[in-house]
Design a protein around this ligand. Sequence first.
Ligand SMILES: Cc1cc2nc3c(=O)[nH]c(=O)nc-3n(C[C@H](O)[C@H](O)[C@H](O)COP(=O)(O)O)c2cc1C
Length: 494
Amino acid sequence: MKNRVCDILNIQYPVIQGPMAWITSSDLVAAVSNAGGLGVLGTSADFTEIVKGIPENVEEMRKTIRRTKTLTDKPFGINVFPAAGDPYGFSKAMIELAKEEGVKILVVAGGVSPDEIRQWKKDGFIVIMREDNPTVRGAQLAEEAGADIIVATGCDEGGCMPHLSTGTTAITALLADAVKIPVLAAGGIVNAKLAKAAQIVGAEGVFVGTRFTMSKECRAADATKQDILKTHPDDYIVFTQSGGHCKWRTTPHKHGKEGIEANKRGDLNPPCGSFYYGMLKGDMDAGVNTISNTASLIKSIDSCEDIVKELAAPFIQNNTTDFFELVKSRYSERFYAPTPIEQEKLDKIIEAGRIAPTARNCQPQHFYIIRSQDGLAKLKTVTKYHYNAPAMILVCYDIQKVWKFDMDRNYPNYNSGEQDGSIAATSMMFAAEALGVHTVWVRDFDSKTAAETFGLPDNMMPVMLLGLGYPNERAKPSAWHFQKNPVEDFVTEL
Ligand SMILES: Cc1cc2nc3c(=O)[nH]c(=O)nc-3n(C[C@H](O)[C@H](O)[C@H](O)COP(=O)(O)O)c2cc1C
């Protein structure tokens, strides 16, 4: 997979967990980074009580950073703010801390400050710029100053959302069109469909908060998560705060209801309460329980690993519907991640093999799916070329069904099983690739051993093994992939 966000951040999947102040923690950040995304420490991550004073905050955050490093050896980021949004120098101190502790990725939230971006770049940071009220001019300014990645935040988001009423799709499309550096879409991305929508309009990755609030590893109180699960989307409340600079969307409790009333009276700065007692501790009347407008599409609390994989799916697929591009980009995968293939995708792959053409439409093909622990262990005794793929399909043909042919003197007793099996396997191979599942074709095994090991009926003849799975960080084509002979060697006009 070629993805610029992954290349810049040195991560496997372009899924970035947006910082969420108190409810972020070293556990959450490490879980996202270990899953191949990028975890980002928010302010007060891991803090167990409200800490006053900048030096005290710095020392607490130092502990958080060090703990995160014990939990992951993968990159992670830290949330900071430009000086204009940092009157007491809190963020400045955090940036110094990031330098001392070797945290290389700054996730900057606020207005675009070109001089500061230039300085951070000089200091060796990777800069992800998230303008709180995103604009085309702001994104271009950040790009000129050297920012590495832009976040396009739509008013669909959870947290302190833009007062501009531009949705995630529109702002992503606008910013992706305006800058050359990659753009991440933020706001309302809670499942693969919404991630796909962002990808279609130009996002090269996603920046996600609410979906990670609803993860097993997020330390928000269970009461907070249950409140989100049970609230009907029509009941969400949006009110304006910070003198009109931002808005909050919340489940309907004290601060949301009072915020709306205050706005009606012309008060654009009603309190949003305590994040610590609210979302972290679970007292829903103590502060806003802030969410994206799509939060009700989240039906369960899942692991960060599952969430990262789901949201990454649109970006790891061969981003092409062009068959010729697909044929070119496909290579034999020999490095697999242990991630299982989704049943939905496996069904589609099998379907491609089922409907493949066969000689005289005899349909002799049969597919044995090997993905159980026991099956994969047996497979390892059948061939050493299993590459630890999480699934392999043993493609066979049925000798009783196959078309038989005795008119070719070069092939007495010919049957079309090898061809039929290979056509079905090729169809499945490209179906898998089109779904972002990598493949390898394996014929280095003994048919009899395979048949005996898996207890196949006597009429089943093995043709090949099709390895399936997602690539791991070592994945790349072998040298053979590029060594193709010229077309003249293959074609003769008769
Ligand atoms: C509960 C919550 C707290 C947040 N706190 C912060 C924060 O402290 N700093 C920040 O830059 N963004 C914060 N955000 C915004 C997220 O980083 C991210 O931009 C946003 O969640 C993306 O939209 P989504 O929630 O629809 O996925 C917060 C979001 C949520 C949901």
